[in-house]
Design a protein around this ligand. Structure first.
Ligand code: 5CA
Length: 449
């Protein structure tokens, strides 16, 4: 992509309403634009990051055996009357009337709808276990939307729903999602800690929030430092091996970890003081087991091996891709801007032409741009006329993992400079060496895993 033809509306000043660094940087880097309180348009650079996050989430859901579908954003209130949540959900639900004055709503979550789909088709335990997910926009009329897309009113959610014959099966489904979440967040470059959590309006008695530690987090959390050294399962983890998954979950739930609402002072006292980590956290995922809370009132039954009817045992599993964009920036930035992990960077690298119009410089830039593109890199080529300082600042702000800086003096000596955004290190190389160095780094299209 040539910057001169791209749509990248950068802001010089940090807008005053933005209280946290990720919100400031997303506005300054031209990633999002607010349309009304807690409702944002995703501009091209922001959308690229969002799509990369979605892809990783999708790959790990698929790997764990979950199956993607797509449900609508607008739901009929009738379904929610059946489950009994229509009145309970309160003011967070955006209620709508259609022209026939039927009560509709903009979905804040999809337990009811997926239960309706399930009961329409699945009648036998032989079709279980089943886990269906979608990645769809949600609306919650939050009392205090704030921090940009971190707590917005309209947001994207990956929500998965598992169906099993009984509690033992449902626990295995819970384990599969738990392990898929560990892998998902690790691939996004994040260290997410599963913590015992409250279930709120979703219900049930078993629940974990996946939390990343950040000073700007909205929740107070308590955990054992042991989590910081734990290794996430590799791509070869066998989602068909229930015992192996149970061992992984056991290992990841044994050290103490709880959110404020679930904090247990007595258990906390047993954690030796140097291991105690009390910090702020951002909830990036939340998983629930709630048994027959929806299947019983909505009559989602299957015939069991005993020939009798059983209400299925369900769980639901959420991840917030839009919130994750902000959470990743909270974890990866410096005073000059964003430092994207490679897996979610909007482009793999940027080429900065320091002297557009000078034939020798243009030739080196064009050649690298073409070769890197052919090699599978997403390249943003700054071919514009801004002064050098502004170009460097813009490239640092948008945080691509690598910068290739091409100027007249270097070109005269057959050299370009490459800069690593994460650690600031620079190397002066021939264009061929730079190409090979980037290729060796493997920034281009990382294979899943
Ligand atoms: N039905 C369940 C699981 S599918 C559910 O709705 N869970 S949730 O309420 O915990 O939301 C799941 C995830 O959506 C959260 O972990 C968070 O990452 C994201 N999320 C929730 N509310 C917001 C919000 N207001 N803004 C941005 N992301 C949000």
């Amino acid at each position: 992509m040539r910057l001169s033809r791209y749509f990248l509306p950068l802001l010089k000043e940090a807008p005053r309403e933005a209280e946290i660094v990720s919100h400031r940087l997303m506005l300054r880097a031209g990633m999002i634009r607010q349309q009304s309180a807690g409702i944002y348009a995703w501009l091209p650079l922001g959308l690229r990051v969002l799509r990369k996050i979605e892809t990783i989430v999708r790959q790990e859901q698929d790997r764990s055996g979950a199956i993607e579908l797509l449900m609508p954003t607008i739901q009929s209130a009738d379904l929610w009357m059946e489950s009994g949540r229509y009145n309970d959900y309160g003011k967070e639900m955006l209620r709508i009337q259609d022209r026939a004055e039927r009560a509709m709503l903009f979905g804040p979550t999809n337990e009811e709808m997926i239960t309706e789909i399930f009961r329409a088709y699945v009648k036998s335990y032989k079709d279980l276990p089943l886990n269906l997910y979608h990645i769809q926009w949600k609306f919650r009329d939050e009392l205090r939307p704030r921090f940009g897309v971190m707590r917005s009113r309209e947001f994207l959610m990956k929500d998965a729903y598992s169906f099993d014959l009984d509690e033992a099966g449902a626990r295995q489904s819970y384990h599969r999602m738990f392990v898929a979440y560990l892998r998902t967040f690790a691939r996004l470059g994040l260290q997410a800690i599963p913590m015992r959590a409250d279930t709120g309006p979703i219900g049930g008695d078993l629940s974990h929030e996946f939390i990343i530690l950040a000073d700007t987090g909205e929740s107070q959390v308590f955990c054992d430092r042991a989590y910081l050294d734990m290794r996430v399962p590799g791509a070869d983890v066998d989602f068909g091996d229930g015992a192996a998954l149970a061992r992984i979950v056991e290992a990841w739930t044994t050290p103490y970890a709880a959110t404020d609402e679930m904090h247990d002072e007595a258990a906390w006292a047993d954690v030796v003081p140097p291991a105690r980590l009390s910090a702020r956290g951002i909830e990036v995922g939340h998983i629930f087991y709630f048994g027959t809370k929806y299947s019983a009132p909505m009559k989602a039954h299957v015939t069991g091996p005993d020939g009798r009817d059983h209400a299925v045992h369900m769980g639901s599993y959420g991840i917030g891709p839009t919130r994750l964009v902000a959470a990743i920036i909270e974890a990866f930035h410096d005073e000059n801007g964003i430092k994207w992990p490679r897996s979610v960077a909007p482009f793999d690298l940027g080429i900065i032409n320091m002297k557009p119009g000078e034939a020798a410089v243009d030739a080196v830039c064009e050649d690298l741009y073409a070769r890197l593109g052919t090699a599978g890199f997403d390249v943003l080529y700054d071919d514009g006329d801004e002064r050098a300082g502004a170009k460097f600042a813009a490239m640092d702000l948008i945080g691509l993992p690598w910068q290739v800086i091409v100027g007249p003096r270097g070109v005269a000596e057959g050299r370009v400079e490459i800069k690593n955004r994460a650690d600031g290190s620079r190397q002066t190389l021939t264009p061929d060496e730079a190409f090979n160095r980037l290729l060796a780094d493997g920034t281009a299209r990382e294979p899943a895993g």
